[in-house]
Design a protein around this ligand. Structure first.
Ligand SMILES: C[S@@+](CC[C@H](N)C(=O)[O-])C[C@H]1O[C@@H](n2cnc3c(N)ncnc32)[C@H](O)[C@@H]1O
Length: 282
């Protein structure tokens, strides 16, 4: 049983946690909202959870109340004493790692399958996300990603083909995962409020298509969306074998990148990989 905790505003005042813009600090203080966020990944009782950027520990508390075993990586040394109070309130349930989340191998740190739940610092959010999605082994060590992004980024993650938001991030997030928009969060929920609205995406691993290397998929999407208004026959010119692969698949090379489905990108990358292996085995 945990002892009662002081309101988050008091924690912030007591530890002098004035929000740092450079560290992307926009804190969530509404404990009901935080409990709803912690419920998005489903039952967390006794599950290992990785939180990036606990700050004063609002989301961390909610995860601990949901009976998760939490590992939290925080870069700001000022937050560590506030988190120590949480460790005392939930003995043995919270491990705090003071470090840069980008400098750590998360799978190695956790040593067991884990869910990621985080109100990410906006300046490194996309980089962390793409790193989790691009791991070579699949299924990955993480069992789900529940992540707060700026709403515009969240929409790009879940975007459907044919929309202007559909691009590399959507293909990367959807080719071997399921990604959905779980909750919109108004800017006024944060202290201080950011300029834009936020939203939480929930991503779970799905079966990976066979015979496709992620490096090839990334190369194709980078080229195709790098010149998204151009026809594929133009934008994919620089990718060796891509025009022949389009032909082989019967795909119209006058189409533009955003009209292709995720499956079509996968098929294109697979055809390229097959051509490559034919060339190298000759
Ligand atoms: C948007 S705030 C979220 C704080 C808290 N989880 C909440 O919801 O109120 C982002 C947090 O990430 C931390 N942070 C920023 N860059 C980081 C990094 N590279 N590694 C780990 N934590 C980082 C910040 O210090 C801050 O506490």
């Amino acid at each position: 049983m945990s002892k009662s905790l002081p309101p988050l505003r008091e924690v912030i005042a007591a530890h002098g946690l004035s929000a740092s813009k450079a560290l992307g600090q926009n804190f969530l203080l509404d404990e009901q909202l935080l409990d709803r966020i912690a419920a998005i990944p489903g039952d967390l009782a006794d599950r290992a959870v990785l939180e990036i950027g606990p700050g004063p520990g609002g989301l961390t508390r909610a995860l601990l109340r949901a009976e998760a075993r939490v590992t939290a990586i925080e870069r700001d040394a000022r937050c560590i004493p506030a988190l120590a109070d949480l460790q005392e309130a939930f003995p043995g349930k919270l491990r705090v790692v003071e470090n840069d989340a980008l400098a750590i191998d998360h799978a190695e740190l956790m040593g067991e399958p884990f869910a990621v739940v985080a109100n990410l610092p906006y300046n490194i959010g996309t980089l962390l996300f793409t790193r989790w999605l691009a791991v070579p082994d699949w299924p990955p060590a993480w069992t789900s990603l529940t992540l707060m992004f700026q709403q515009e980024v969240a929409r790009r993650v879940v975007a459907a083909p044919g929309s202007s938001e559909f691009g590399r991030l959507a293909v990367l997030a959807q080719w071997r995962s399921r990604a959905k928009l779980a909750m919109k969060v108004h800017r006024s929920a944060f202290t201080p409020p950011p300029k834009v609205m936020s939203a939480i995406v929930h991503v779970t691993p799905a079966e990976a298509p066979q015979g496709v290397r992620i490096a090839t998929l990334e190369r194709v999407t980078e080229a195709a969306f790098g010149q998204r208004r151009k026809m594929l026959r133009q934008s994919l010119k620089g990718v060796d074998g891509a025009l022949a692969a389009l032909d082989e698949l019967g795909m119209d090379s006058t189409r533009r990148a955003e009209t292709l489905t995720v499956d079509e990108f996968v098929a294109l990358a697979r055809a390229l990989d097959q051509r490559m292996s034919q060339v190298t085995s000759r």
